[in-house]
Ligand binder design. Structure first.
Ligand SMILES: Nc1ncnc2c1ncn2[C@@H]1O[C@H](COP(=O)(O)OP(=O)(O)OP(=O)(O)O)[C@@H](O)[C@H]1O
Length: 264
C-alpha cells in the first residue's frame, strides 16, 4: 500500500513541534504494545490518530507526557528530549504539554473558574494556588478563555453542575491556560453526543489555531477525523501503517487499519 508510509516528515513547509523515533512500549516485557513508532508532528494543525481498540493510541499519547513510561525510543518536543526527564525537568516539560481527557478530569467540587485556573498550577507558586491568589494576568486570561469556549456566565458554578459538553469546554480552556507548546486530546469526544462532539471539535480547532498550538487527537470517529484533522495517522497492531492527509485515506487503508470490511 503506497501510504503504508511511516511518518518521518511533517507536512511540507512546516517545522515539526514533536519528533518521535523508534518508540517502543512494553507493559509486559517482550510484549510490545508500541512497536517502534516514528512520528513527526507539525507545529500547527490537528493530527488525528485512528485505529482499532487496543492498538496503542492512548499509550502513544500518554508516552508523550510520560503518564506512561516509554520502554525505548526518543520523543523530542521542540528539540528537547523528554524520555530521560525526571523531577523538576519533567515538571517543566509537562507544563508545556496540555491534555484534554475523554472523561474531562475536572475537579468536580471546584468552580469552573478554579478548574480553568488550575491550568496554571505548574507556573504559580503552590502557596498562591492554595490561597487561590492567582496573578491578575492569569485571572484575566481565564475569563478570556471562558468567554472563548462560550461559558462566560458559568465561572462560579461548580464543575459537577455542568453538562458533558460544557465540561469538555472547561477542559479545553484549562489546557490552554497552560499556554502549551502542544495539546494532547485523548478521545475528547467519545463521551459526547454527536452534535456536541462536533461543537467541541469546532471549538478545539478554532481555539488551537488562534493560539498557534498543534494538537494530537485520538479519535474513533473516522469521519470526524477526516473533517477536522490536517493529517491522519492510522495505527494497527502498535505500528503506524498510514500517515497522510485526510483526502488520501482510502477504503483500502481503512481495511488495513481496522481489518475486514463488514463494518464499512
Ligand atoms: N497500564 C497498562 N498495563 C498493562 N497493559 C496495558 C495498560 N494500558 C494499556 N494496556 C494494554 O495496551 C494495549 C493498548 O492499549 P491502549 O489503551 O493504548 O489502546 P487504544 O488504541 O488507545 O485503545 P482504545 O481505542 O480502546 O482506547 C491494550 O492491549 C491494553 O490492554
Amino acid at each position: 500500500m503506497s501510504a503504508t508510509m511511516t511518518a518521518t516528515a511533517p507536512a511540507a513547509g512546516l517545522a515539526s513541534a514533536l519528533e518521535i523515533r523508534g518508540l517502543v512500549k512494553e507493559y509486559v516485557a517482550g510484549k510490545p504494545v508500541l512497536r517502534g513508532v516514528d512520528l513527526a508532528v507539525p507545529a500547527e494543525g490537528i493530527t488525528a490518530i485512528i485505529g482499532p481498540s487496543g492498538t496503542g493510541k492512548s499509550t502513544l499519547i500518554r508516552c508523550i507526557n510520560r503518564l506512561v513510561e516509554p520502554t525505548r525510543g526518543s520523543i523530542k518536543l521542540h528539540g528537547e528530549e523528554l524520555t530521560g526527564l525526571s523531577g523538576r525537568g519533567l515538571r517543566l516539560a509537562r507544563r508545556r504539554i496540555g491534555m484534554v481527557f475523554q472523561e474531562y478530569n475536572l475537579v468536580e467540587r471546584l468552580s469552573v473558574m478554579e478548574n480553568v485556573l488550575s491550568g496554571r498550577l505548574g507556573y504559580v507558586p503552590l502557596w498562591r494556588a492554595w490561597l487561590r491568589k492567582y496573578p491578575q494576568a492569569d485571572i484575566d486570561r481565564a475569563f478570556m478563555l471562558l468567554d472563548a469556549v462560550g461559558l462566560p456566565e458559568h465561572a462560579t458554578r461548580r464543575a459537577d453542575a455542568l453538562s458533558g459538553g460544557q465540561r469538555q469546554r472547561v477542559g479545553i480552556a484549562r489546557a490552554l491556560m497552560q499556554r502549551p507548546d502542544i495539546l494532547l486530546a485523548d478521545e475528547p469526544t467519545s463521551s459526547l453526543d454527536p452534535r456536541t462532539a462536533v461543537e467541541v471539535l469546532e471549538l478545539l480547532t478554532r481555539l488551537t489555531a488562534a493560539e498557534g498550538v498543534p494538537v494530537i487527537i485520538n479519535i474513533h470517529n473516522v469521519d470526524l477525523a477526516k473533517r477536522y484533522a490536517r493529517r491522519i495517522v492510522g495505527m494497527s497492531g502498535g505500528s503506524v501503517i498510514f500517515d497522510g492527509p485526510p483526502e488520501e485515506l482510502e477504503t483500502h487503508h481503512l481495511r488495513a487499519i481496522y481489518g475486514g470490511e463488514d463494518w464499512m
